[in-house]
Design a protein around this ligand. Structure first.
Ligand code: OGA
Ligand code: NI
Length: 342
């Protein structure tokens, strides 16, 4: 399968080939660029250094962002800007390897620890997406492609830093749900939790209105942290509208995944989002998805289930099985989570 990068670089490409062409849905929700439709911003500086009062305000704001939006930006997060930039640059260099060099990391099975490719699931997608990807399992066991040189070191540092930030956010989120601060870590076995780095490349597209970078979907893990190279393209669904996310430079865009929706028994919902493409610039985004350990059977936290008024909304399932289901089908909104609805 030819990469979208190679296709986009074909000399004289002026239109999107039919296999990549979407028919825009006339019933699709309108897109809003209204500044008041902007996702919340969480200043995380006080998480470690704040007073008790400041910390509890932060936890309150975090809970509100999770409940109202499920999508928010985090600033003053402690991850050095230089590491974020280095990771984006290194991923750009990976995508610049030759087709033959990348082939070595193609991977066959959805649970292969290193896998690169194009679209989402090229064998199941009816229409292909304008996107190449690299997915690497970086925890509990660290993996990395061996090229380009320096990639491994940058990936290792970046993975550690983002894992720490995710754990801190999950601590705050646990408290905001009325659980102990270490609840997620213990119940989800996060010491051996699965962390995946997923880098996306969206090359310029001659007809961006008929192609899609990534279709509407929710993420499978507990939380996703996303950065990008300054080119916008991410859209989030909120109250029936698509909203362009114009993120603050060096902020992380954080979103709730399906497994946090399951654990919280539906109180915090995973949110639909998608990636559009543009005519002019190459966009790179990097998601780090942190989830339970692969052998954890995830079901709603008993503390959040009241049989009379708030019965369990989801059946339990092993994270490994959920991941296999999500990654081997076509990406289709929240269809995987719906399978688990009671
Ligand atoms: C993802 C994702 C959005 C983007 O990788 O799961 O939703 O902006 N990416 O690239
Ligand atoms: Ni996503």
């Amino acid at each position: 399968m030819i990469s979208i990068k190679k296709l986009a670089e074909s000399p004289g490409l002026t239109s999107v080939p039919p296999t990549y062409t979407f028919t825009p849905n006339p019933n699709d929700h309108p897109v809003s660029d209204d500044p008041k439709d902007s996702i919340p911003v969480i200043d995380f500086a006080l998480f470690t250094s704040g007073t008790l009062d400041q910390r509890s305000k932060l936890v309150h704001d975090l809970g509100k962002a999770c409940q109202d939006w499920g999508f928010f930006m985090v600033i003053n997060h402690g991850v050095p800007e230089s590491q974020m930039k280095a990771m984006i640059k290194a991923c750009g260099e990976f995508f610049n390897l030759t087709e033959e060099e990348k082939q070595e990391f193609a991977g066959k099975h959805v649970l292969d620890p290193i896998r690169c490719g194009t679209s989402f699931n090229a064998s199941a997608d009816k229409v292909l997406f304008w996107r190449d990807f690299l997915k690497v399992f970086v925890h509990p066991k660290f993996h990395s492609p061996t090229t380009p040189s320096g990639f491994r070191e940058i990936l290792l540092e970046y993975s550690k830093r983002t894992r720490k930030l995710t754990l801190d956010l999950l601590e705050g989120i646990s408290v905001s749900l009325g659980l102990e601060d270490g609840y997620m870590e213990k119940a989800m076995n996060l010491e051996s939790g699965l962390q995946i780095l997923a880098a996306n490349l969206y090359p310029p597209c001659p007809e961006p209105e008929v192609a899609m970078g990534m279709p509407s979907h929710s993420d499978h893990g507990l939380l996703t942290l996303l950065i990008h190279n300054g080119i916008s393209g991410l859209q989030v669904q909120h109250k029936g509208k698509w909203i362009n996310v114009n993120s603050i430079p060096n902020a992380f865009v954080v979103n709730i995944g399906d497994h946090l929706e399951i654990v919280s028994n539906g109180r915090y919902k995973s949110v639909l989002h998608r990636a559009t493409v543009n005519e002019k610039a190459t966009r790179i985004s990097i998601a780090t998805v942190y989830g339970p350990s692969l052998d954890t059977v995830v079901s709603p936290a008993p503390e959040l289930v009241y049989l009379e008024t708030n019965p369990p909304a989801f059946k339990g399932m092993k994270y490994r099985e959920y991941l296999e289901m999500q990654q081997s089908n076509k990406l289709d909104g929240k269809s995987c989570l719906h399978h688990l609805k009671v």
